[in-house]
Write a protein that binds this ligand. Structure first.
Ligand code: PLP
Length: 387
């Protein structure tokens, strides 16, 4: 009988890095500003429950997810903090949201009424955040609809008006005016509601918004990407990457000039080379677009991915002077000593963003967690959650 993950391809998550990033964000906020740690999509692939637990212990006030199901997962794990569902819900999901005591966003009378009814039926209040679209163009009430929706919220005794929010479309954009323009629109709504006697807590900023525009932190911020250690915009001071995707060398061969590698024979060795085959492929999230573009770290060197990435395997072109053996660890994403392959590196190769890189790490890759690190900052004691 064997136990535990034997697969050498795994994502190691340093919870100490999550903790440090939460604390760095916390330091950038006024003490009373609520920090919503965004753990949607399995905490950007890092593992929702371990990240949520760590973030709360490190100073986050509350959590945010995209889907009611994600909120349920956290509740099942015993997490009692406030949890905001950032995605729009449909009226038929209202009961599920209220019964898990999740905060919901609202921007239509139908969902306001469904939540109010669900709250009455279940005999507990429902917390709602009025979402205003100030320029994202995705979901949210138009600014001129906010007051009428607010009337409906306050008219329902079973509802608690827990927030007024918007979402920034361009906080990472070079030109800060885009973001300031959105915020000005939100401020106009805030002022209008205040004149009518209402002042719910306001939140607008994501990672880039919160760290780059301190004036936009309002009563709360919703921070995801920064918690995972990826830079939310190009000029951000460094955070600590939490995740390392690693695998192992399964075969090594010395080959001559003109040796062809992989599906489609897209790579031919220009000279004598060592080909190291690795036990990870696009079914693990090592995207096929990294074929003949990406890199990995093996034997203390950064070496190129050569040939096509296949479903479960890929091949590296290792210079003949680099010692490499079957069983050697390979870092595909993250830090290895002084070397690093960042989510931003992957994003550049794949013409995407770090968010998609993290979310693309497949469910079949086991996540292992290190609770701490030794004096030199090296993570210690990786194991499945709970550690
Ligand atoms: C995902 C999300 C966030 C967090 O964004 P980051 O850029 O990862 O910090 C904040 N608010 C909303 C509405 C979101 O959907």
């Amino acid at each position: 009988m064997v136990t535990g993950p034997l697969r050498a391809t795994r994502a190691l998550v340093r919870l100490a890095a999550i903790r440090a990033n939460v604390q760095a964000v916390r330091r950038a906020l006024a003490p009373a500003t609520r920090l919503w740690a965004v753990v949607k999509a399995n905490a950007y692939g890092h593992g929702a429950v371990p990240v949520a637990t760590t973030a709360l212990a490190a100073g986050a006030d509350a959590l945010a997810v995209a889907l009611p199901e994600e909120g349920w997962e956290l509740r099942r794990a015993g997490i009692a903090s406030r949890i905001l569902v950032l995605g729009p819900i449909l009226p038929e999901q209202a009961v599920s949201v209220v019964s898990a005591d999740l905060d919901a966003i609202v921007f239509s009378p139908a969902v306001i009424e469904a939540l109010a009814r669900g709250a009455v039926d279940l005999g507990r209040p429902a917390r709602v955040h009025l979402k205003v679209d100030t320029g994202m163009g995705r979901v949210g009430a138009r600014p001129n609809e906010a007051a009428a929706l607010a009337e409906r919220i306050v008219a329902e005794p079973s509802l608690r008006w827990a927030g007024l929010m918007t979402h920034l479309a361009d906080a990472d954009h070079e030109d800060p005016e885009w973001t300031r323009g959105q915020y000005r629109q939100l401020v106009r709504v805030v002022e209008d509601l205040r004149r009518r006697g209402w002042s719910p807590p306001v939140h607008a900023a994501n990672s880039a918004g919160a760290l780059r525009f301190p004036g936009l932190q309002a009563d709360g911020v919703r921070v995801g990407l920064a918690l995972y250690g990826a830079a939310p915009w190009a000029g951000c001071s460094p955070l600590e990457p939490a995740l390392t995707l690693e695998s192992v060398v399964t075969m090594v061969k010395r080959v001559p000039t003109g040796f062809r590698v992989g599906y489609g024979h897209t790579y031919e060795t220009p000279g004598p080379l060592t080909i190291a085959t690795v036990a990870a492929g696009y079914a693990d999230g090592v995207r096929r677009g990294l074929s003949n573009r990406g890199a990995a770290i093996v034997g203390g060197r950064r070496v190129p991915i050569v040939g096509r990435v296949s479903m479960d395997q890929l091949t590296l072109g290792v210079p003949p002077d680099v010692p490499v053996h079957v069983g050697d660890p390979v870092v595909l994403l993250g830090r290895a000593g002084a070397l690093e392959l960042s989510a931003q590196d992957w994003a550049g190769w794949l013409d995407t963003i770090p968010y998609e890189v993290f979310c693309g790490i497949a469910a079949r890759v086991p996540r292992l967690y290190a609770p701490g690190s030794d004096a030199s900052g090296r993570p210690t004691g990786f194991s499945s959650w709970p550690t």
